[in-house]
Ligand binder design. Structure first.
Ligand SMILES: NC(=O)c1ccc[n+]([C@@H]2O[C@H](COP(=O)([O-])OP(=O)(O)OC[C@H]3O[C@@H](n4cnc5c(N)ncnc54)[C@H](O)[C@@H]3O)[C@@H](O)[C@H]2O)c1
Length: 259
């Protein structure tokens, strides 16, 4: 395969959940520059429409559709529309996610259920619905967005009173996403469907100065990540460059989890 084709996403239909959020807003354009057709889905799609409009103006292809990842009916309705429009989905990116920042002692059962429903059940439901058409085609690709906190516990000395503490339920939900990745990689391999995960570290988002200092001190690359720095991992896992990669959790964290 030629070098230029290796990372090509030419005419690959990529459906992204939670596309109204900061991560997708930062990486969508890059995916289209590699040739992808994007389906930007979210419960709220105002920012998706802006991203769509930018992409279309620069000659790319994208559509925005409402989809609630906690509601199987909503996912089925959205996927039906996509299949009518594009005839296929090459890659599903399970990106929708939510955190909660209050401490463990104050966690309510309702908060717990909500975070698990969006982060873990959402990835499960979307994979179940979207993989149906991939199974028929004997081809497909799923990329889950996990987190370093699905792997390690947050160092409480960094978070302290920063107001950004990673909660236990968020960590549990992301561990579930990483395990779902491994399970589905094995289960769906017979249909030629690859399933991988990207686990980002802390992304800079105007956090308090003290928090940024503490976090950067612990990070071998000495800074927080930038949303755009996740695009390389997503292009790699969505393209033929990763043809023989499945069940992998690609950590993009500046080395934060090395020690
Ligand atoms: N930003 C970070 O520092 C960071 C670090 C590690 C992992 N992550 C993960 O990356 C992913 C994207 O993060 P982000 O920074 O873009 O977050 P974000 O909060 O900016 O965006 C998340 C999006 O998910 C959507 N969403 C929430 N509930 C939904 C539902 N029921 N159905 C459909 N969409 C729903 C929201 O509307 C929002 O647009 C998340 O899974 C997050 O956990 C982010």
């Amino acid at each position: 395969m030629s070098a230029s084709k290796l990372f090509s996403l030419d005419k690959k239909v990529i459906l992204i959940t939670g596309a109204n959020g900061q991560l997708c807003r930062a990486i969508a354009q890059t995916l289209t520059e590699f040739g992808a057709y994007l389906v930007l889905t979210d419960k709220v799609i105002d920012a998706c429409r802006k991203t769509e409009s930018k992409i279309c103006k620069s000659g790319g292809k994208a559509i925005s559709l409402e989809m609630d990842v906690t509601d199987k009916g909503s996912i089925e309705k959205c996927v039906d529309k996509v299949l009518r429009h594009f005839k296929k989905i090459d890659t599903l990116v399970n990106n929708a996610g939510m955190g909660v920042f209050t401490p463990f002692e104050k966690r309510t059962p309702e908060e717990f259920d909500k975070i698990m429903a969006i982060n873990a059940k959402g990835a499960f439901l979307c994979s179940q619905v979207v993989s149906k058409s991939m199974i028929k085609r004997r081809k497909g690709n799923i990329v889950n967005i996990g987190s370093i906190y699905g792997l390690v516990a947050p160092d409480q000395r960094i978070y302290a009173d920063s107001g950004r503490n990673c909660s236990e339920v968020y960590a549990m939900s992301k561990a579930a996403v990483i395990q779902l990745t491994k399970y589905l990689a094995c289960y769906l391999s017979k249909y030629n469907i690859r399933v991988n995960c990207i686990s980002p570290g802390g992304i800079f988002n105007k956090q308090l100065e003290k928090f940024i200092r503490n976090y950067s001190y612990k990070t071998p690359l000495r800074r927080m990540g930038l949303t755009k720095e996740l695009s390389g991992a997503l292009v790699y896992l969505s393209s033929d460059a990763s043809e023989y990669v499945t069940g992998h959790n690609l950590i993009v964290d500046g080395g934060f989890t090395c020690w």
